[in-house]
Design a protein around this ligand. Structure first.
Ligand code: ADP
Ligand code: MG
Length: 275
């Protein structure tokens, strides 16, 4: 396999796009599994009330499971909710439950409502002897307080873009929000990575979308493109990532390549970020 060197510092990456169905959750869990496969310790934080990331990682998340909801609303220590995925000892998950659907509203009246995830995560990481190399946050498809908590806690934003009609729709709003968070809540936040997903190279449209995105975001877009693949979409129904479900499939190979790129690129330095 490829030679990758992990850095000691934990990289906190939030996977975000306010559009639904663009591959956020698929990317969060398969990237996490790929990174774990490459030897990294990875924590996935499931911030979507639908709990699809928890499901894909085979993490129990019934209504009575201690979850991110309890962390955000009742200040549970994150250590009390994190579970290990049966796929890998390197792969852990802070699950979501259906209660999280109410958190968006409940957070509104809470003290430090934008900082709750950041504070909980910092406390958790401080208490760990072996810190994760990566924390990957799976966001819901909205720009509400859950996503704002993710943006406040993170260093990097990864935007999956589906190679379909209207791919770029809403992107300027998302980038505007990242800038707003950067200005008011989290100066280090930046869009580090754009990943083209569900790519079907046979269609002219997919090629056009990919070209256009690469033109606009030359620095952020990964070389690796995730192909549209049935294996990728089947895996969650078996409670697996595609890495475990069919590690030799085109989707699994692509996600592993994306993970290698993300490790090798490292974080953009401050000067690059400011430009
Ligand atoms: P989001 O989290 O942005 O709502 P999902 O990751 O849940 O999006 O993906 C939406 C749907 O597309 C899911 O049914 C998922 O299985 C499917 N999907 C995602 N990526 C791929 C892919 N590369 N190939 C085929 N299907 C995909
Ligand atoms: Mg999702």
């Amino acid at each position: 396999g490829a030679v990758v060197e992990l850095q000691d510092e934990t990289r906190i990456i939030t996977v975000s796009n306010q559009k639904g169905g663009v591959g956020k959750t698929t990317t969060a869990v398969n990237l996490a599994a790929s990174l774990a496969d490459l030897g990294a310790r990875v924590l996935v934080i499931d911030l979507d009330p639908q709990g699809n990331a928890s499901t894909a990682l085979s993490i129990p998340h019934s209504a009575d499971t201690p979850s991110v909801y309890d962390v955000l609303i009742d200040e549970f220590p994150m250590a009390d909710i994190v579970q290990t995925s049966p796929e890998s000892a390197n792969l852990t998950c802070a699950p979501s439950t259906i209660h999280l659907a109410g958190a968006e509203i409940e957070l509104v009246t809470q003290v430090a409502r934008e900082h709750r995830l950041k504070t909980a995560l910092e406390d958790y990481l401080e208490g760990l002897e072996e810190k994760p190399h990566f924390v990957i946050v799976d966001c819901p498809p909205s720009l509400g307080l859950l996503t704002i908590n993710a943006f406040t806690a993170a260093h990097e934003v990864l935007i999956p873009i589906q190679c379909e009609y209207y791919a770029l729709e809403g992107l300027s709003q998302l980038l505007g929000n990242v800038r707003m968070i950067q200005k008011h809540l989290n100066p280090v936040l930046h869009v580090s990575t754009i990943l083209l997903t569900m790519y079907d190279g046979r269609t002219r449209l997919a090629q056009q979308v990919a070209e256009e995105v690469r033109e606009h975001f030359a620095r952020e877009v990964l070389e690796t493109v995730i192909p549209r693949s049935v294996r990728v979409s089947e895996a969650p129904s078996f409670g697996q990532t595609v890495i475990a479900y069919d590690g030799q499939s085109a989707g699994a190979i692509a996600y592993r390549e994306a993970a290698v790129e993300i490790i090798q690129r490292g974080t953009l330095n401050t000067a690059e970020r400011a430009s």
